[in-house]
Design a protein. Structure first.
Length: 132
């Protein structure tokens, strides 16, 4: 979605991000590229372990970004949602908190899955379970 949104004509995409001093359009494009890379890695069993770690790191970065965003007093809703944030019938603070929860879920879920996959790999290497 970020890739499609970043090509939009809304003026908000030409504004400078308050946390990372680049245009919102470029920030969204970078985020889209990272998400596409993680998605491709998750789809290939050979690259599953690094993709799970990458997903966790991406979630952690997203979480920290939003913590900085909120701590600096930006309460108008995350610009990463574009105009859709204004269409969702939730107060901006609640929407920001929901984004924090999603980022935290990505971080914890990715890290948990990474640890589980590493344990499974170690068991396969030790011969305690068979390979798929």
């Amino acid at each position: 979605a970020k890739l499609i949104i970043a090509t939009g004509k809304q003026a908000v995409w030409n504004t400078i991000d308050p946390i990372i001093p680049i245009e919102m359009r470029h920030l969204l494009l970078m985020g889209a590229m990272l998400e596409i890379g993680a998605s491709c890695g998750l789809g290939v069993q050979r690259y599953l372990t690094p993709a799970l770690l990458f997903t966790s790191v991406l979630g952690a970065q997203f979480f920290v970004y939003h913590l900085f965003y909120i701590s600096r007093g930006y309460r108008r809703g995350c610009p990463c949602l574009g105009t859709i944030g204004k269409r969702i019938p939730l107060p901006p603070d609640l929407l920001d908190n929901a984004l924090l929860l999603v980022a935290l879920f990505l971080f914890i879920g990715g890290l948990t899955a990474f640890i589980s996959e590493k344990r499974l790999q170690n068991k396969r290497l030790n011969g305690t379970i068979n390979s798929p």
